[in-house]
Design a protein around this ligand. Sequence first.
Ligand code: 6PG
Length: 466
Amino acid sequence: MSKSDFGLFGLGVMGKSLSRNLAQKGFKISLFNRHVDEVEVDVAKNFKAEYQELKNALAFDNVEEFVASLASPRKIMLMVNAGKTIDIVIDNLLPYLSENDIIIDGGNSNYKKTKERFDYLQTKGIQFIGTGVSGGEEGALKGPSIMPSGTKEAYNNVSQFLETIAARDKNNLPCCTYIGPEGSGQFIKMVHNGIEYVEMQLLAEVATILKHKGKNPNEIAETLDSFKDDANSYLLEITADIFRKKEGDSWLVNLILDKAGNKGTGNWATITSAELGVPNTLIASALFSRYISFYKEHRVQFHKEYIKKSVSRLNLADDDLLKAYQFVRIINHYQGFKLIQEASEKFNWNLNLSEIARIWTNGCIIRSSLMEELVSIFKETNTILIHSKISKMIIDCKPSIKRVVSDCVLSDVTTPALSEALQFFNGITTQHSSANIIQAQRDYFGAHKYQRIDDASGKFYHTNWV
Ligand code: 6PG
């Protein structure tokens, strides 16, 4: 039997979709899914039988046979749960692998773990690629955005597979490119997800404001649709769809319990921002908003205690809302890419922001018309807030976001993304900040010293304050 070009390990939702995508593109693949008595039985075999495009695929539930079915150097993509499972799977595969075989981790793994695994596998002569894959089930099947990292040499061995199954950008180039060394691919996927959290939170706030303007879900969907001309995005489109969905006579969205889950990437993005000293206030705020949503019982109790009257109807113009929405999106992308840029400098990854924006223009969850613009903007500057196109938009949108945030504050409508974006912008544009007072306080109680504006040498001073 001829050997397969590529192996797919783990046939969950994403693994299945990627396998079908690879097979549809003509690659001969081997499929593996573990056997668990009565729970996971003949998963690979049954999956192969289900789809015509998998007729040439080989299906296994035995690791040794799966590995033996692959042509050398073997290329095995893991689509299993991030975390400990990855290490277990690697250790299960290792006895059967040969030098220069390549393992690709396509899950949402922590970038630091990817570096550890990379180092560990290097000692065994195995190449390791950590890759972000975005696009959900449909993206994986029809073309995801793929963010691989590791050595360039290992990437060159798998590029034909990853680039063929990836989505295409507007110039028909693959939304897959070599990102950089170590865990840089999973790092940028983590930031992608952080940006995703903020976009989702922002859309939820905009929809809530529309509700407080008196619109029903169908009207909310219509307003969101009307934003598409100026600020289209995949998340905007799906949010409009969500508001149209009915179940019987009810709008489905109104039947969903208001507790937002998460699988950890927003958490890591927040921790990483703190570790690298990058003020990524929007990701933190979107994450903590999900955590607040989880305190449902407290929310109900505190509402009874503190909120005595219902929200008065908001009278904001849709155009103000659109501009406020655009303002936050710019700040969100500024912060997200800033985190990438700082990591690139700190870890010597030499990341290309324009290329990253380009592979995020299609296939992934945060694809948008703004992302398209950023591809060319990043060719001119890494700091989008000083680009004339962006600063024009910010200046145009700022009066609107001020109106939106202040009206929401006065009406007790919670808008963390909108408010935080404005606060961040006010902070980052403040010439003389209040940080001199913080420095004085630190010096007062802890003799932490301060620098003076009348001494350009940067010397540190201490004062006896009493
Ligand atoms: C994607 C998504 C995907 C995902 C995460 C985030 O790019 O396809 O980001 O990776 O939806 O699971 O999910 P949580 O909201 O559960 O953290």
